[in-house]
Ligand binder design. Structure first.
Ligand SMILES: [Zn+2]
Length: 547
């Protein structure tokens, strides 16, 4: 066992919890040097790795031009590039490694580009306008769901006739199965943008509709799912309060009630209106009992509002599925359709951890999100399945301070700044530009005796805000499978919907698409052309010769 592994194992075993292991004590510089994996000192290590990566990159010159039978879109809500990098380090450290060298499931997707996230009216966007862009193919205003840019946020009168259809609707129309999985509420902005049209993301229950919206005939998002949405086979998320009337107590928390004023029980309505075997579940036992072979429709609503953060799952008495569990179940049900499927999987609470300046919560949810991507990759054949991973926007989250190699990601940085550190107080390598982590005592808080690895620790921020804001820089997009190479360079966010539609021959790309790009037979994992121009000419010559 190398010295770095010994130190990591020692710091993991000695404290009683992983939180303590990833926090607290500062290390000396000599310890830090000792964490560098020994094999990395050999130049052959880096040359060999680069040769393998180059071989894989050269293979990518043979493009996968197949038609995408299945499309899976993973959205890490608020997962900017800093979140990807630090989430990667955390995932590695949870496995006893230094962390930086870890390869995330999303890292292993071969094609990468950058996405410009601004909405029509804001440099720094929200999750509604952005989701409309990447699901429906047109940029929209902040706060609006499934409508084009002519709709003003919160003005129902501007909505009629300006609805836009998401790729989920188009996939449904083409005979594919569809699904939505999220750790957020089922009526929250990202997932609502697959099935709803609303001038405001906040009209998630009829109790939140303003008079103007009621008078002009706008419908709340939860009701739209039952009344107007396409036949979505799998819906797994939080948010059941918006599907239950005010008079009905929650099945898990008897002192909580539904939000609906109109008295409708949308869960019951959903079950009774589905043509096949439809099941509703709200806890892990019921979820695990679902036989995907005997289930046509599955609605799982696991919390009244959002599902719990990944690090808070142990506090849940009833037990709930992880994002990986939900992704696996969704694919098992959806892949029964020989026409293929579209599935959206959202890591919805990465965003909420950041808004609270709680990097521990945000990054553990990032790891859980990446685990779900691995599940999908393991279940799907990349010859016919397009897998995309991106974020809707970033956060003001940043990572710096020269921590040493393998430094526990939530600890105070071990770099010795000497006199450069003007207030002589320690700092964490994870910080925020704004948010509730700011100390209002007049000077920066001294965190010498603070455990910065606690899950409710708020990383320090420069500007005091009750809720940290989103960030406006580009976000990454990773992709593998048919037409994944079309994700490259720097693109507008609405381009994502167009590549998905083109790859799967949906919407405006349906005509001629199938004749141009037939699904190819695969031989040894490599796509082979089943019928091409030369073959056609050869057959014609043969026919003429015989005649
Ligand atoms: Zn947010």
């Amino acid at each position: 066992m190398g010295l770095y592994r010994f130190l990591l194992v020692a710091t993991t075993i000695l404290p009683t919890t992983m939180e303590q292991a990833l926090s607290g004590r500062q290390t000396t510089f000599s310890e830090a040097q000792g964490r560098t994996p020994h094999q990395e000192l050999d130049p052959a290590f880096w040359n060999d790795m680069a040769h393998r990566d180059l071989d894989r990159a050269i293979q990518l010159q043979k493009l996968n031009l197949n038609m995408a039978k299945n499309v899976v879109l993973f959205v890490g809500d608020g997962m900017g590039l800093t979140t990807v990098t630090t989430g990667r380090i955390l995932k590695g450290q949870l496995q006893g490694q230094p962390g930086e060298e870890t390869v995330l499931a999303m890292d292993s997707l071969p094609h990468v580009g950058l996405v410009k996230t601004y909405s029509l009216d804001y440099q720094v966007p929200d999750s509604a306008g952005t989701a409309t862009a990447f699901l429906s193919g047109v940029k929209a205003a902040r706060g609006t769901i499934g409508v084009n840019g002519r709709v003003q946020h919160g003005v129902c009168a501007t909505q009629k006739g300006n609805e836009v259809n998401s790729i989920l609707v188009l996939a449904n129309q083409a005979g594919k199965s569809t699904g939505v999985v999220s750790t957020s509420s089922l009526t929250d902005a990202t997932v609502a943008s697959t099935y709803a049209h609303s001038a405001s993301r906040y009209w998630d229950t009829d109790a939140n509709l303003p008079w103007e919206a009621i008078y002009k005939g706008c419908k709340d998002i939860a009701a739209q799912l039952v009344d107007n949405a396409p036949d979505i086979e799998v819906l797994l998320a939080g948010g059941r309060q918006n599907f239950l009337p005010r008079s009905v107590a929650d099945m898990e928390y008897p002192n909580k009630f539904g939000t609906r004023r109109d008295g409708r029980n949308l869960v019951e309505e959903w079950i009774t209106t589905k043509p096949g075997t439809a099941r509703f579940v709200w806890n892990l036992d019921e979820f695990n009992a679902i036989d995907s072979n005997r289930t046509d429709y599955l609605l799982g609503l696991f919390e009244p509002h959002h599902m719990k953060f990944s690090v808070d799952r142990d506090l849940d008495g009833a037990g709930k599925p992880t994002l990986s569990d939900m992704t696996q179940k969704a694919i098992q049900i959806l892949q029964k359709n020989s026409n293929g499927f579209f599935l959206l999987v959202e890591g919805g609470r990465i965003d909420h951890g950041h808004h609270a300046n709680q990097a521990v919560r945000a990054l553990h949810d990032t790891v859980a999100f990446d685990d779900a991507i691995q599940v999908a990759k393991d279940m799907l054949d990349m010859q016919d399945s397009l897998v995309i991973v991106t974020a809707d926007h970033s956060h003001t989250f940043n990572f710096g301070g020269y921590p040493s190699r393998g430094h526990p990601i939530f600890r105070k940085t071990d770099y010795n700044f000497g006199f450069e550190l003007l207030d002589r107080k320690p700092m964490t390598s994870l910080l925020y530009g704004n948010g509730p982590g700011y100390s209002l005592s007049g000077t920066r808080q001294d965190i010498t005796n603070v455990n910065t690895g606690r899950k409710d620790y708020k990383q320090q921020s420069a500007v005091p805000l009750a809720h940290e804001t989103h960030g406006g820089e580009d976000v990454p997009i990773f992709a593998g499978g048919p037409m994944a190479h079309l994700f490259h360079g720097v693109r507008e966010q609405n381009y994502i919907a167009h590549v998905m539609k083109y790859a799967a021959c949906l919407g405006e790309y349906r005509e001629n698409c199938h004749s141009l790009r037939k699904p190819r037979a695969t031989r040894g994992g490599v796509a082979v052309r089943s019928w091409d121009f030369q073959t056609t000419i050869a057959v014609l010559i043969l026919v003429v010769a015989i005649m």
